[in-house]
Design a protein around this ligand. Structure first.
Ligand SMILES: Nc1ncnc2c1ncn2[C@@H]1O[C@H](COP(=O)(O)OP(=O)(O)OP(=O)(O)O)[C@@H](O)[C@H]1O
Length: 330
């Protein structure tokens, strides 16, 4: 599906590119973030190299890619922190960097990859400081600390904070002023599993309020169930765009049936499948794992149903986002 040229830059086959193009060409109806041909070059380095993207209002949109793929640069361009070398980005209809953008910028929250905090300030003082910078009332700072689970540490100096606590404080800072659009660059780095769960619960609440969220993460298992759509970036370009299920279908990755049969009668499974196009069949820990192409899924179901109650258990394992990601990178 994908090839790697001598530059190490991944490219897709024409058929795949066409499939991806179709997904990319279907912009959401209510786009609040739109990038057209957005590019940022640093000398010979094409950090972002012609990105077209549209994110709908209220969407949780994931941005994934290898180190150096261009995710943070694209974020910074969307925030007006880095001017584009070419192309245009519009947020809530305003061109980033243009006259109308200042008002829009106030409705954006940003958690950078490496949040800069002042060690001598307490957690609460930190939020007051950022509230002044943003020009928003300081009254809500205590409630925000509570929302990210830092009330107990409000009066402690940031220098004493753990990595996860700093990250929580960074998130609280991003939520100041009730932003309508949130850019979160690797927000769960350093968080423990409980904090990650709480973080995504907050995101879910924000989404329900209509907040648009763009989030990057290297933890694919973590975001695959939690984003509405996502883009896979490589070498400054969007290589694939869609829901996790759409990306699976575009990649045409096989799926696995895991079947537990009475008396571990694996031969019966093999016989039932007969001449169906099975990519692999393996005996594993008391069950049979059958790998099939997506188009054979229902035929395999029907064939396994002929075994009746000799089938004790059955599950279908779809390719993970990680499988999809590596599928686009290989
Ligand atoms: N200020 C800069 N000057 C020169 N090159 C830069 C600058 N900022 C980014 N780059 C280059 O642009 C490319 C993309 O970097 P970027 O930080 O956007 O990637 P990323 O996808 O966010 O990576 P990571 O997952 O490691 O955070 C890299 O090759 C990086 O070295």
């Amino acid at each position: 599906m994908t090839t790697t040229g001598e530059t190490g830059v991944e490219s897709t086959t024409p058929a795949a590119a066409e499939a991806l193009g179709q997904a990319a060409a279907r912009p959401p109806r209510d786009a609040v973030i739109e990038a057209r041909g957005a590019a940022r070059h640093y000398g010979a380095v094409r950090a972002v190299d012609g990105v077209d993207l549209a994110v709908a209002r209220g969407e949780v949109f994931g941005l994934i890619g290898h180190n150096g793929a261009g995710k943070s640069t694209l974020f910074r361009m969307m925030l007006g922190l880095v001017p584009p070398s070419a192309g245009e980005i519009r947020i809530a209809g305003a061109a980033v960097g243009g006259r109308d953008f200042r008002a829009v910028r106030r409705r954006i929250g940003y958690l950078p990859e490496n949040v800069v905090l002042y060690d001598n300030l307490t957690g609460l003082e930190t939020l007051h400081f950022f509230a002044r910078l943003k020009g928003v009332p300081a009254a809500g700072c205590g409630a925000l600390l509570d929302r990210v689970g830092l009330t107990h540490a409000a009066a402690r100096r940031v220098r004493e904070y753990s990595k996860g606590m700093r990250q929580r404080l960074g998130f609280a800072q991003a939520l100041l002023g009730r932003p309508q659009i949130l850019f979160l660059d690797e927000p769960t780095t350093g968080l423990d599993p409980e904090a990650i769960r709480e973080f995504y619960l907050i995101l879910r609440g924000l989404r329900a309020e209509g907040v648009t969220v763009v989030i990057t993460s290297h933890i694919l298992a973590e975001i695959q169930e939690r984003v509405d759509r996502l883009a896979i970036m490589a070498a400054g370009r969007v290589q694939a765009l869609g829901t996790v299920q759409e990306l699976r279908e575009q990649m045409d990755l096989p799926l696995w049936f895991e079947v537990r049969v009475a008396d571990a009668d694996f031969a019966a499974v093999r016989d039932a499948l007969g001449s169906l196009p099975v990519a692999a069949i393996e005996a594993r820990d008391g069950h049979v794992a059958v790998q099939v192409r997506r188009e054979a899924k229902m035929a395999v179901f029907a064939a396994l149903a002929t075994l009746g109650d000799r089938v004790l258990d059955l599950s279908v394992r779809e390719p993970s986002l990680e499988d999809v990601f590596f599928g686009f990178s290989d």
